[in-house]
Design a protein around this ligand. Structure first.
Ligand code: NAP
Length: 272
């Protein structure tokens, strides 16, 4: 399927839905007229239409009937009722992509009641800046053609990887929740700087720019994170002194326990 020829129904134009619509239009992967966004909030529809020129509507089933790909961007707790409303409107000729956290492909398949191709995705918030990490897994009826199409769509808002569905809870714990860990790191750095006597606003500005700059180095430099760290850690220097305190205080172990807990929570939420 050629992305320039498909019609996309995007259900739920909130944070992530809007980011995907924006990414597809601004990257010129799709023309605005190919995208129909449906949401229960008229203000969201007005804004998306004005900003990106996409077509909008308030009838999920009608939008889906006229589409090749259905992109489900509603909250996980809204998925069951949205899928119930799409029963009979979605056919196996279409591709359904869901970004709802914790909603498994077999749930979507069984709710839609036919052999519908489904692809599940875990995005993260930097997708809003087209710098997301997006990980997908295939439902049982999704083919290579569906996969290639989904990759084209998702890559409009970031980098894309494939995994098995069993890994989706671990992915959620790492990249799905990960931006919050980095924000927390920046928050803690700013507080620590302020405790050293720096003016709090100045400390926060330094923390933000440091995380941003280090993030860019991780993105642009092909070295491993460990090598990048070693490159800026002179023996006997200040960085080494700080890193020793972090290692002795169990920094790595804290992150391992935090991610394990996030994965457990993701598993619990998926079971509900
Ligand atoms: N944001 C993230 O960082 C992130 C990360 C990973 C995964 N995700 C996943 O992305 C999905 C969307 O998250 P979000 O943060 O973009 O949520 P959001 O901002 O709440 O967007 C969802 C939109 O869908 C609307 N909606 C509710 N019921 C609907 C219906 N029946 N038909 C059409 N539209 C409906 C909502 O309206 P109301 O507000 O009135 O309900 C809202 O405007 C979630 O499933 C989440 O798990 C998000």
């Amino acid at each position: 399927m050629n992305l320039k020829k498909i019609r996309l129904a995007l259900i739920g134009g909130g944070n992530m839905g809007a980011a995907l619509a924006a990414g597809l239009v601004t990257s010129k992967k799709m023309r605005p007229a190919q995208i129909r966004v449906v949401d229960v909030r008229p203000e969201i529809l007005r804004s998306l239409k004005k900003r990106y020129g996409v077509s909008v509507g308030s009838d999920n089933a009608a939008a889906v009937r006229g589409s090749d790909v259905v992109l489900l961007c509603v909250k996980p707790q809204q998925m069951a009722s949205v899928l119930a409303g799409l029963l009979g409107a979605v056919t196996p000729k279409q591709l359904v992509i869901s970004i709802a956290a914790g909603i498994k492909t077999d749930f979507i398949e069984s709710e839609l009641g036919q052999h519908v191709p489904v692809i599940r995705v875990m995005p993260n918030t930097p997708a809003l800046l087209r710098a997301g990490a997006l990980v997908y897994c295939l439902g049982q009826h999704a083919t290579k053609t569906h996969e290639a199409l989904a990759k084209q769509i998702l890559s409009s808002v970031g980098s894309v990887w494939k995994t098995g569905e069993l890994s989706m809870d671990a992915v959620t714990a790492l990249s799905g929740s990960g931006p919050a860990y980095v924000f927390y790191l920046a928050e803690c750095l700013a507080k620590a700087g302020a405790e050293l006597g720096l003016e709090p606003g100045f400390a926060e500005a330094l923390a933000r720019q440091t995380v941003f700059g280090a993030g860019r180095m991780l993105h642009e430099d092909k070295e491993t994170p460990a090598r990048l760290r070693e490159r800026v850690t002179s023996p006997g220097g200040t960085t080494e002194a700080a890193l020793r305190v972090m290692a002795e205080s169990g920094f790595e172990g804290i992150l391992k326990r935090a991610l394990a807990q996030a994965r457990r929570r993701s598993e619990e939420l998926s079971r509900r």
